[in-house]
Design a protein around this ligand. Structure first.
Ligand code: AMP
Length: 193
């Protein structure tokens, strides 16, 4: 089963996706983490992605498609958590195709909702704690804009198909994790414990 996290930059997707992956014992695929590693290591993917990321824009879909397909067809026999993918309508359509090819289903699409004030506070904290070159003010503003224009419409896309779960992303990390576990436990038919 595939679990998808949606939410604006700073909504807490990465933290919660990592915790849920550990809880379920499945792979956590953060396309942002894969890309940041590629940039650091100076691979071909990293070199192609870097300028887009620095500006807070999405990298071209083609760069992401192969890495997601590789994981879905090979590395994730027990399913996986998708964190940062899909990010636009074309990616959501590609994902549907890939899932139907490998016979996997979406368990739930978890949309983390937080206020703008919380987003800004969290992103500012993260910029200090981690070395993210895309966390400066101008880039963050563009990432929020890109999210609103390209990724937020996916909330309606998945709502229309059922399986969208709205989760209150305010509160402590443990509180939010508890809310997500309730949903996942119910959707996974109790297998999640
Ligand atoms: P994230 O850590 O998920 O916020 O991703 C950081 C940056 O990586 C984004 O601002 C994009 O430039 C790029 N990125 C991550 N995932 C994707 C994706 N699915 N499609 C296009 N660009 C992505």
């Amino acid at each position: 089963m595939i679990w998808i996290f949606l939410g604006a930059p700073g909504a807490g997707k990465g933290t919660q996706a990592e915790r849920l992956a550990e809880h379920l014992g499945v792979l956590h695929l953060s396309t942002g983490n894969v890309l940041r590693k590629a940039v650091k290591e100076g691979t071909e993917l990293g070199r192609k992605a870097e300028t887009y990321m620095k500006a807070g824009n999405l990298v071209p879909d083609a760069l992401i498609l192969d890495l997601v397909r590789e994981v879905l067809t090979g590395d994730a026999p027990n399913g996986c958590i998708l964190d940062g993918y899909p990010r636009n309508a074309a990616q959501a359509a590609s994902l549907d195709e890939m899932l139907s090819d490998v016979g996997e289903e979406i368990g739930a699409v978890i949309n983390l909702n937080v206020s703008e004030e919380t987003l800004v506070t969290r992103i500012a904290g993260r910029a200090e704690a981690e070395d993210r070159t895309d966390d400066d003010e101008e880039t963050v503003r563009n990432r929020l804009k890109v999210y609103g224009e390209q990724t937020a419409p996916l909330v309606d896309y998945y709502r229309g198909r059922g399986g969208l779960q709205e989760v209150d992303g305010e509160g402590t990390v443990d509180e939010i994790e508890g809310r997500i576990r309730e949903i996942v436990g119910a959707r996974a038919g109790g297998a999640a414990g």
